[in-house]
Design a binder for this molecule. Sequence first.
Ligand SMILES: *[C@@H]1O[C@H](CO)[C@@H](O)[C@H](O)[C@H]1NC(C)=O
Ligand SMILES: *[C@@H]1O[C@H](CO)[C@@H](O)[C@H](O)[C@H]1NC(C)=O
Ligand SMILES: *[C@@H]1O[C@H](CO)[C@@H](O)[C@H](O)[C@H]1NC(C)=O
Ligand SMILES: *[C@@H]1O[C@H](CO)[C@@H](O)[C@H](O)[C@H]1NC(C)=O
Ligand SMILES: *[C@@H]1O[C@H](CO)[C@@H](O)[C@H](O)[C@H]1NC(C)=O
Ligand SMILES: *[C@@H]1O[C@H](CO)[C@@H](O)[C@H](O)[C@H]1NC(C)=O
Length: 763
Amino acid sequence: MESKIQLFFLTLFLLILTNHAQTLGTYIVQLHPHGTTRTLFNSKLKWHLSFIQQTISSDEDPSSRLLYSYRSAMDGFAAQLTESELEYLQKIPDVISIRPDRQLQIQTTYSYKFLGLNPARENSWYQSGFGRGTIIGVLDTGVWPESPSFNDHDMPPVPKKWKGICQSGQAFNSSNCNRKLIGARYFTKGHFAVSPTRIPEYLSPRDSSGHGTHTSSTAGGVPVAMANVFGYAKGVARGMAPGAHIAVYKVCWFNGCYNSDIMAAMDVAIRDGVDILSLSLGGFPVPLYDDSIAIGSFRAMEKGISVICAAGNNGPTEMSVANEAPWIATIGASTLDRKFPAIVRMGNGQVLYGESMYPVNRIASNSKELELVYVSGGDSEGQFCLKGSLPKDKVQGKMVVCDRGVNGRSEKGQVVKEAGGAAMILTNTELNLGEDSVDVHVLPATLVGFDESVTLKAYINSTTRPLARIEFGGTVIGKSRAPAVARFSARGPSFTNPSILKPDVIAPGVNIIAAWPQNLGPTGLPEDTRRVNFSVMSGTSMSCPHVSGIAALIRSAHKKWSPAAIKSAIMTTADVIDHTGKPILDEDKPANAFAMGAGNVNPQRALNPGLVYDIRPDDYVNHLCSIGYTRSEIFSITHRNVSCHAMMQMNRGFSLNYPSISVIFKDGMTRKIRRVSNVGGPNSIYSVEVVAPQGVKVIVKPKRLVFKQINQSLSYRVWFISRKGAKRGADTMDFAEGHLTWVHSQNGSYRVRSPIAVSWKPK
Ligand SMILES: *[C@@H]1O[C@H](CO)[C@@H](O)[C@H](O)[C@H]1NC(C)=O
Ligand SMILES: *[C@@H]1O[C@H](CO)[C@@H](O)[C@H](O)[C@H]1NC(C)=O
Ligand SMILES: *[C@@H]1O[C@H](CO)[C@@H](O)[C@H](O)[C@H]1NC(C)=O
Ligand SMILES: *[C@@H]1O[C@H](CO)[C@@H](O)[C@H](O)[C@H]1NC(C)=O
Ligand SMILES: *[C@@H]1O[C@H](CO)[C@@H](O)[C@H](O)[C@H]1NC(C)=O
Ligand SMILES: *[C@@H]1O[C@H](CO)[C@@H](O)[C@H](O)[C@H]1NC(C)=O
């Protein structure tokens, strides 16, 4: 997260540089798919070039300005244009919108066990074939194909429908793909338009950062025995869907991921034949008609492709959740019950809890007592251990305290080491409180929470020669309450569309161990020469591929289910209690629906949910009408030209058949309609259980649903009546929550739960 801040500054700087009338900028131009001039050209590419030709001066080759021509994820192209050209282009008929390119950011051995999956034969994980036959497309930083997680030894042949390629490039050719990693492509044009200089990163699908290797193997890595990071968390590493095939689309580079490249990857992935798209990247929420991922994923969803996205790491700020289109599964982060304790024993005998992963075999020699130093004051760069901020004479041979923030956590370790420091204590600030993201460092190090950091600094202040030692405790499982909501996990309500509750679910995203490029040290720093096959990372980036893998399992077990049915299965079966049987926590209080959505994913139950809430593509169009999008905005997203007035007339009382319920009281009463399909056994009877939000009366009709057949659908209606018209807040939103659960009358393990979030608009 620290590096995100840096990148944000970089973006500002670039904006200032490029904000000049005659400089070229990258724009994504959306066209009317049945444009009036379309038939004059025998290919989409020629048609797209004609728009550029009309716009630029006649002696220039229009193809020199074209970056990408899109036809599946949207109709249109990405091109480099000046501002005056833009003004001209805007006036050409058939151009429906032009958006400047936007830069987004990339946001195991154990998580499969923690989620209750068991590879034994009698189990539904086994019965789902571990995702056999499905293809997961991962848009990320590429892949390290030699990682043992991508071994294809036990993989079935490549599915016949697959049309993708294994694109050659630097240190990568077609022999790097196999029956596990069936495709790989890379997209550079949007990135190069902004950063033309080549920097040392592979110009090919090969992963230079580690992030894409990590996420791809989390979704679909094969089992690897004795996976570990320096002896920590030893065990079998496997992805959520070890039977699924993986196709990687490298769209993220050292400076982020550009929409024009992402759109190009989605465009071709749809044609390649992926079943699932996994996007561990994002930015800040923007309206759906301005959101390339929302637009591309609508088209993907229409083709039956599930799109799974990270919710973002901007929590716990309210309304920070990104990638929130209703046809996307939006994934927040939860913790595992695995800890890597590395306590700090201070010279005065006091002990502070910390966490770390440091090579187990080096511990004995490196945990000796050292003098503590905290370089604060002055320009305070030393406090964050920024490059060049630590005077050698002050830190030589000492244990250096570094506050989190500004620069990357691994980089701080590198800075301390370069300055001659012997060890490091990373201290959380008020921003991250007790969040415990473990990293691998180039020197002995641990991370302590905010409260501990206050004690530590007071001790340093209290004596002339403060001392401490780090005691590494290995891997500890099951001692802490988990899952819990990760502090950094982005929160709802949705900024652009509060009528849909987001995030949808949470999934493991803290200290996740997964595959790693063999040429990189675990910190990802070039100076780090220690080779590993696995490393640890945290973020909603890690949560997203867990759910992509689960979606592959469900798809493999239920070939005909739509993306909405798959998402419904994941949401209605999610856990809201933790492993101690108490409510899932968010810091020290029970998590609300804006933090965890429907709850923490439970793949075992998601494979057999009993009932599903299905949604047809047309329903989303209706929904966009109901939230007040204009005809042209709806056209941008859906390529459908509808009269909302007529549509609303035809579907009076429409509500989107979403598996969770968000009620916004404008007056005292709201009604929702839902329709559930029976995917359990024939002759199933379900009864409703409601826990009403405080201050709200909830009436469900009917209270019992009697299904005679499999695949039969039944509707029910729910009325929400506010009991507190008077208690409406004057200027702040007022929230409450509850849930509605359909319970099978003979088999209580079919529990189909929908969270209810209600809010009262300020007067
Ligand atoms: C990493 O994986 C490769 C390929 O499977 C293997 O040869 C190598 O020994 C592994 N390295 C470590 C440190 O386990
Ligand atoms: C791919 O690269 C490897 C190593 O550089 C080489 O041995 C192999 O022949 C190449 N394969 C193809 C199909 O080009
Ligand atoms: C340490 O002492 C200095 C000066 O005596 C003071 O400004 C600072 O706030 C103290 N820091 C802590 C963490 O107690
Ligand atoms: C949509 O249809 C209306 C009339 O039915 C027409 O005037 C309008 O140009 C169409 N818009 C698009 C983007 O096709
Ligand atoms: C279930 O019903 C839907 C339409 O409601 C249909 O498209 C689908 O093929 C049916 N599936 C089965 C297994 O009958
Ligand atoms: C009861 O429901 C669970 C799914 O929650 C299912 O796995 C199990 O087979 C069902 N039992 C019977 C007897 O139908």
